[in-house]
Design a protein around this ligand. Structure first.
Ligand code: CUA
Length: 338
């Protein structure tokens, strides 16, 4: 194919990709909403600025040299006079890059220590984050609650700063915890405990994703950070601390408990006490299904239980053989777990 056609085709493709609606409600990484992300953003902008200045200077010099000294028809083809050794020039191109690298490494070190050594006030909220193939478990040890994929934290303000300390662990392989608008990535490593903290200053839902390749469904290991006002957070915690809703129909509950689901999932107050899958005690308080871009409702839940491997191939949830009636009963029961 003609080179020009190829270039135009590639440019059109890039434009189409950029114009396409994003699949996820991804936040703007240039709009940090918490202190760690603000610091990271500042040092990134400084780096970008220095690189931009270098690019402009080097680019202009090259362009000038090409235009001014380029070969023209009729020019003499022999090599021009060569210049050897210039202490001034050599010192300049040694000292300037050293200074640049020094400034960049010092500013990075300053941000790193500011984030790492930040004191944790007494009212810091503790959350244990556990990465699983391919979902997130969130445990609040002091509040005695557990949830999945949607991390609720309180809003922080200047008047009332509220920090959340995340203790990161893995149940299987290496994952990465990343909600770009609140903080940098932190690896989630088996047999190792990492920590990070956030203080989101804007209420709302912030999108995150696993940032370390962990298997087939790495891309569908999403997480949502829900930043609640103090009041909303209190309400949410109270609702999560409640015992599981009493079954509207004992038969539906029986169908659930008779299945193998309880071997992996917990519904507080029943004999379903499994720990390998997400806690279902307050399942319907979550907005999405299975760490994906899928809203959680009776219909999606039914599809999911019927054939989890179809929606998210390679995930750890087995397909349980169920009759249509059993499936209906199970969905009817699970959708009462608010
Ligand atoms: Cu977990 Cu990638």
């Amino acid at each position: 194919m003609d080179l020009r056609l190829r270039v135009i085709g590639s440019l059109l493709l890039c434009a189409a990709i950029l114009a396409a609606q994003p699949v996820h409600p991804v936040g703007n990484i240039f709009k940090p909403v918490a202190t760690p992300a603000e610091l990271v953003s500042e040092v990134s902008l400084l780096t970008l600025l220095i690189c931009a200045v270098i690019f402009v200077i080097v680019g202009s010099l090259i362009a000038y040299a090409v235009i001014r000294f380029g070969y023209r028809r009729g020019d003499d083809k022999s090599e021009p006079a060569q210049v050897y050794g210039s202490n001034q020039v050599e010192i300049a191109w040694t000292v300037i890059p050293i200074l640049i690298v020094f400034v960049l490494s010092m500013s990075t070190a300053r941000v790193t220590s500011a984030v790492q050594d930040h004191p944790m006030p007494k009212d810091t909220l503790n959350v244990t984050v556990i990465g699983h193939q391919f979902w997130w478990e969130f445990r609040y040890p002091d509040l005695k609650i557990a949830t999945a994929n949607e991390l609720h934290v309180p809003l922080s303000s200047i008047a009332q700063p509220r920090l959340t300390l995340l203790t990161l662990k893995s149940a299987d392989v290496a994952h990465g915890f990343w909600v770009p608008q609140v903080a940098g990535k932190t690896d989630v490593i088996p047999n190792r405990v990492n920590t990070m903290w956030i203080d989101p200053k804007e209420p709302g839902i912030f999108f995150g994703n696993c940032s370390e390749y962990c298997g087939t469904q790495h891309a569908k290991m999403e997480l949502r950070l829900v930043v609640d006002t103090a009041e909303e957070f209190k309400t949410w915690v109270a609702a999560q601390q409640e015992k599981a809703a009493a079954p509207e129909s004992p038969d539906n509950q029986k169908a659930f408990l008779a299945s193998t689901c309880g071997a992996c999932h917990t519904v507080d107050g029943t004999r379903a006490r499994g720990k390998t899958g997400p806690d279902l005690t307050h399942l319907m308080s979550r907005r999405t299904l299975s760490a994906m871009e899928v809203p959680l409702n009776a219909e999606t839940l039914r599809d999911w239980i019927k054939d989890p491997q179809h929606l998210k191939p390679g995930n750890k949830m087995p397909t349980v053989k169920l009759t249509d009636t059993q499936l209906d009963q199970m969905v009817a029961y699970l959708t009462t777990l608010h």
